[in-house]
Design a protein around this ligand. Structure first.
Ligand code: ZN
Length: 152
């Protein structure tokens, strides 16, 4: 199922639905025999040009069936709900709501949900070493007041 989207000259918005409903999305990875439920990528959906972002919902008892690494991209995993474990180069770390992990491109990684509740996370990929500024060095204020339409 394709999410509802709205776009304009300088934006693209998508309503992915509630996190529990992420199961409806399926991702067919060439290394997997069947499509993985609960994974949705945003690069194509939003027209991202500097990063890839995916939402992931891993049900209880599931794990990634392989390790992976990247050629150029570092990744940040933001764990937003649930509990599980993340393995990097053989080191295992517990993850839970509020855990964030950066993994270098060459880091061999995998994760699992060994709990009894869904594990919900967001993964952001960007080319390692590409950022040239951040919030205060890249952002610029726009003159004029902030005006909102009256609430309907
Ligand atoms: Zn990855």
């Amino acid at each position: 199922m394709a999410p509802e989207t709205h776009d304009g000259p300088n934006f693209c918005l998508a309503h992915l639905g509630e996190t529990k409903d992420l199961r409806q999305y399926r991702f067919q990875h060439p290394a997997l025999p069947v499509a993985a439920p609960g994974k949705v990528f945003l690069q194509e959906l939003l027209g991202l040009t500097g990063m890839e972002i995916s939402f992931g919902l891993m049900p209880p008892g599931r794990s990634m069936p392989f390790h992976h690494k990247h050629r150029n991209n570092e990744e940040v995993y933001l764990f937003l709900r649930g509990r599980g474990q993340f393995q990097i180069d053989g080191q295992v770390h517990d993850v839970r709501e509020g855990t964030v992990i950066r993994v270098s491109p060459e880091g061999s990684r995998s994760w699992r949900n060994h709990s009894t509740e869904d594990l919900f996370y967001v993964c952001i990929q960007a080319k390692a070493g590409s950022i040239e500024g951040g919030t205060t060095t890249d952002g610029m204020g726009v003159p004029g007041p902030v005006i909102w339409p009256p609430q309907a």
